[in-house]
Design a protein around this ligand. Structure first.
Ligand SMILES: [Zn+2]
Length: 260
């Protein structure tokens, strides 16, 4: 278990440093708030959310997967399926689940109140990728645990998925200017910063598109794909129209957003 935590935290910190450096060297947009202050609040809320989730969750997702394997719980532990296929199916299934969870957090009004804190960031960079309200992180854990009990994925698939999700969230929120050809090629396999930036538009028609975090395929399959923002990446407005006041970038005020 401590190895799992070390892998997750280590890969997360590695990606945070890499993306923070890359977006500082090759920025896509000019940020209108000091990076230091944004990173402090976004990292603080992320640490707070992770700690609360850790305390509230009965077990970590990977521990639930180990339990499933040892006790023959879950669909994949019943079926005579090759280990590599069980691994692949599990990573894809968990990613599709996160896609639908994200859709529901937009479509169900009470869930949107919570998810709004993520979208209220008036700038977008790697730190936005970890800015989620503790209630949203807590709910995500329980949804994931339920999915693991039903599916019974290999524990390695759960770790891979979590590392992938953390790494991709930092990458696809990054304020980095990738060569357009590279972006086009990468989009066939993963969600790129230009693709996900559309989702952070103040124009809700754009914010209700591009829900994917890791793989870009679900948006294409379920018809929620928009390739570019109408106003272009440098002129589009980021955030939510009702939370433009700088007081909402304060950690305490951010946490009250679901209740406003
Ligand atoms: Zn969203």
């Amino acid at each position: 278990m401590s190895t799992e935590l070390a892998i997750r935290v280590g890969s997360f910190l590695f990606m945070l440093v890499i993306m923070g450096t890359v977006e500082t060297l090759w920025p896509r947009r000019v940020l209108d708030a000091p990076k230091k202050q944004r990173w402090f609040t976004n990292i603080s809320v992320s640490v707070l959310s992770s700690l609360i989730a850790r305390v509230l969750a009965p077990v970590a997702p990977v521990a639930a997967a180990i339990y499933c394997v040892e006790n023959g719980v879950g669909l994949l532990n019943f079926l005579p399926i090759q280990p590599w296929l069980a691994f692949l199916t599990s990573v894809l299934f968990l990613d599709m689940l996160i896609y639908w969870q994200h859709v529901l957090f937009h479509k169900i009004p009470s869930l949107w109140l919570i998810h709004r804190m993520h979208h209220a960031d008036t700038n977008i960079d790697a730190s936005t990728g970890i800015r989620f309200h503790p209630i949203e992180i807590g709910m995500s854990i329980f949804i994931k645990l339920a999915a693991i009990l039903i599916l019974g994925p290999p524990p390695e698939a759960v770790i891979t998925f979590e590392v992938l999700l953390n790494g991709c969230a930092l990458f696809n929120h990054a304020n980095v200017k990738l060569p357009l050809k590279l972006d086009k090629g990468l989009r066939l396999l993963m969600v790129t910063p230009d693709m996900h930036r559309v989702h952070h538009s103040t124009d809700m028609r754009e914010a209700n598109m591009n829900y994917g975090f890791n793989f870009p395929w679900w948006d294409r399959i379920f018809n929620t794909y928009k390739s570019q923002p109408d106003k272009g990446h440098t002129d589009m407005q980021i955030g939510l129209k009702i939370f433009r006041d700088s007081k909402f970038s304060n950690l305490g005020r951010m946490l009250t957003i679901p209740f406003i």
